[in-house]
Design a protein around this ligand. Structure first.
Ligand code: AMP
Ligand code: ZN
Ligand code: FE
Ligand code: FE
Length: 281
């Protein structure tokens, strides 16, 4: 049978989801998804395992990533697809991002231990929550919850580790333009993640100028008129339209895999566009 449905935005415990790669594949299978992209934050560590595991279920795995970037003080997530996930430059850049994430986590932990007048969160226990190669605030939020210092994840962000909260430490981020170039140089396409959440519409033309290939117009819990609005922007700039669940297991508001799915034809359109960036031998 032909592939029908794709979910192109899925996290695993290689970044900040509570789901392992195998959990993801099983859930995708159960929910009738034929094609997935693992799009972990700043890491490609889950991809080869996913490709291997998915064979048993005849699910197609396309390479994905969600790169952190920043412009004018705004956090912008750039999704990458169809790139060579062994590309040397890409691997080098993301391993340096992982390194700075660890240093930043040490600072946030020090601040929290200070706030609570304790010395009882350690880097090791935060990193050991998962297989993570890309330690982030959601891991820390889970730790605060586990210790009973907060009652839920949003409270952890609001009171302690959100952008304006006392234990927040920013992390270095590349610009979206750099992220786009990096993905192109690795043979992939660059897509602006969840524009309806990030709300940087005024920056879209600049990103298109820099080579942005698509917009993630299909996202959970979005009103139809908003989706149509972003479909309109995508059409205007001749951009790909992608979508997915942004499933994180229980590390975020729970969205199951496939809660947002897109027709496979959109994946085919994306594959055709990626050829632009893939070197012909
Ligand atoms: P980091 O990359 O370590 O700065 O963590 C960013 C991630 O934290 C985002 O991708 C979200 O998944 C999560 N996050 C950010 N703000 C909140 C919030 N207010 N509530 C829950 N999760 C959040
Ligand atoms: Zn996340
Ligand atoms: Fe995101
Ligand atoms: Fe995401």
């Amino acid at each position: 049978m032909m592939n029908q449905w794709a979910d192109l935005h899925i996290h695993t415990n290689f970044s900040d989801s509570t789901l392992s790669v195998s959990d993801v594949i099983v859930d995708a299978y159960k929910n009738g998804i034929d094609c997935i992209a693992i799009s972990d934050h700043d890491t490609v560590s889950g991809i080869s395992l996913a490709i291997e595991e998915a064979k048993k279920y005849q699910i197609e795995v396309i390479p994905g990533i969600e790169l952190s970037s920043e412009l004018n003080g705004r956090d912008i997530h750039i999704l990458g697809y169809m790139f060579d996930y062994k590309n040397e430059t890409l691997v080098k850049v993301i391993s340096s991002m992982q390194h700075t994430r660890v240093e930043r986590m040490e600072k946030m932990i020090a601040k929290l231990n200070d706030l609570f007048h304790v010395n009882n969160i350690s880097l090791e226990e935060v990193c050991s929550i998962a297989e993570t190669q890309s330690v982030g605030r959601p891991h820390l939020a889970l730790k605060l919850l586990e210790k009973g210092w907060v009652g839920n994840i949003p409270e952890a962000f609001n009171r302690f580790i959100g952008e304006h909260a006392p234990a927040y430490v920013p992390k270095y981020k590349q610009t979206p333009f750099e992220a786009i170039k990096l993905l192109h140089s690795a043979g992939g396409v660059a897509v602006l993640a969840h524009p309806m959440v990030t709300q940087v519409d005024e920056l879209i033309p600049q990103m298109v100028e820099a080579g942005l290939d698509g917009l993630e117009v299909y996202y959970p819990n979005v009103a139809n008129n908003i989706t149509e609005f972003y479909e309109g922007i995508a059409k205007k700039h001749h951009l790909l339209m992608t979508g997915g669940s942004d499933a994180h297991g229980t590390a975020k508001v729970y969205e199951y895999i496939g809660i947002k799915k897109i027709p496979y034809s959109l994946v085919e359109t994306m594959k055709a566009r990626a050829l632009r960036y893939q070197k012909v031998l």
